[in-house]
Design a protein around this ligand. Structure first.
Ligand SMILES: *Cc1c(COP(=O)(O)O)cnc(C)c1O
Length: 430
């Protein structure tokens, strides 16, 4: 695609965009007399118009049916998690029995590590990417300590080398091989939350399995953003949240994946009645009989009300199709990169740290700024642009340096918004 730096080009792209009308399915936060430019769907996806209707429908069922809401009809609350898992399995590339919705991301990470991280004095190390999302770091450290090991010895972190901002995949391969005999688990964010770098999960799964370790992934920034085929890639387990690209609402219940290869194994697992086989769950028997596949890791009664906005959003995803979403995303983010690089003096003030090739990029561009980052963030907010600013934790001495994360969302952002944003940004300190 040859892009042009004109409003006519952007308007034309919107007219040709098969997903353009989807913007109307969402509430866009207002700004002055119009609407803000919302580039923060990687932190909190916007509310769909149908979310409220779906919540209302659930409330009505509760009012009309009481307890019978759990059992009445095909769309009852008791089988809601299975229905949602079926829709999710298409988005993550899995069999329905490999996927479940329950709890929240960090809770599910702990539950699955309880089963998949069984350290021995020989194999006890966990490899993660340096600068992983804090919750993942805390989860890993506390799991290691729970088993009586020291994070300093058991947690291997891979940081970018040679002044670079990105981790080279070959570094991960080298570290896996270096710790081959002592490695229990590799845990990677499918898309790094800070840099936007997309990792090749298929390759890393292979390298991990070659040394006999388990491969777990955090898909918080991947699901609904990039195409996934977890089953074929041989990922052992995965966790994610639904409030980022999936627009499930603040604190929406999370999701997880357990590969079919593990379904027949007997596991050390923390168990609750909702993980019991659904056919005899309500017989209240003394012994736990696990549900088939990922469902066995459920603990508690699902919240029909909390799941309603996710249900609404999944219908939108089905309608749009992940293939079209990704196609538009590549163009939208590509257009953003093109316009940024055309800005006079861009290189003096900024550096795009997200990889430039399509396979390693999702919807997010992370832009490193050497100084006045906080001031830029305030300027953009004042001009109706909602995005995200993070100080550079790896360089705490360089004040005002950090990253702005811009995540154009193919479901509710347009090419003209990208164009308008580039004009706003180019007027800063010009
Ligand atoms: C957003 C995010 C989380 C959030 O975890 P919760 O348990 O949902 O609060 C965890 N890990 C990563 C990588 C994230 O991006």
């Amino acid at each position: 695609m040859v892009f042009e730096n004109t409003i006519e080009f952007a308007t034309n792209m919107d007219e040709k965009d098969p997903l353009h009308a989807f913007q109307k399915k969402f509430f866009i936060p207002p700004f002055q007399d119009g609407k803000s430019i919302y580039f923060c769907g990687n932190s909190l996806g916007l509310q769909s118009i149908s979310a409220g209707e779906t919540v209302k429908k659930t409330l009505d069922e509760w009012a009309q049916l009481g307890i019978e809401g759990f059992f009445d009809g095909d769309e009852n609350w008791a089988n809601l998690p299975e229905r949602i898992a079926l829709q999710l399995s298409a988005i993550v590339g899995a069999f329905p029995e490999e996927v479940m919705v329950a709890n929240a991301l960090t809770v599910n990470l702990h539950l699955l590590m309880t089963s998949f991280y069984q350290p021995t004095p020989e194999r006890f190390k966990i490899l993660i990417e340096g600068g992983a999302f804090p919750s993942d770091q805390y989860a890993v450290d506390s799991q290691v300590k729970w088993h009586g090991y020291l994070p300093e010895e058991a947690v291997i972190e891979i940081f970018p080398e040679g002044g670079k901002k990105l981790i080279d995949e070959n570094q991960i391969k080298a570290a896996i091989n270096q710790h081959a005999d002592s490695l229990a688990l590799v845990l990677i964010g499918g898309v790094n939350y800070f840099t936007g770098q997309v990792f090749n999960l298929h390759k890393i799964a292979r390298w991990t399995h070659e040394v006999g370790a388990i491969f777990g992934v955090d898909l918080a920034h991947s699901i609904g953003n990039i195409p996934l085929t977890l089953h074929d890639w041989d990922v052992d387990f995965a966790v994610w949240c639904h409030y980022k690209y999936l627009n499930g609402g603040p604190g929406a219940p999370g999701g997880y994946f357990v590969h079919q290869n593990h379904h027949q194994k007997s596991f050390k697992r923390l168990e609750g009645w909702w993980g019991n086989n659904a056919s005899n769950r309500f017989l209240m028997r003394r012994n736990f009989t696990p549900a088939e596949g990922a469902a066995a890791w459920q603990l508690s009664t699902p919240s029909a009300i909390s799941l309603a906005p996710l249900l609404a959003s999944l219908t939108i995803f089905e309608e749009a199709g992940m293939h079209k979403i990704r196609e538009k995303s590549i163009l939208l983010t590509g257009y953003l990169r093109f316009l940024l690089e055309q800005m006079p003096n861009f290189q003096q003030k900024f550096q795009i740290i997200t990889p430039s090739n399509t396979e390693e990029t999702g919807a997010q561009l992370s832009i490193y700024i050497k100084e006045n980052g906080g001031e830029l963030f305030e300027y953009l907010t004042k001009h109706g642009v909602i995005l995200d600013w993070r100080e550079d934790n790896l360089n705490p001495d360089s004040i005002g340096s950090g990253v702005i994360r811009i995540a154009p969302n193919p479901l509710y952002n347009s090419f003209t918004e990208i164009f308008r944003f580039s004009k706003i940004l180019s007027k800063w300190h010009s």
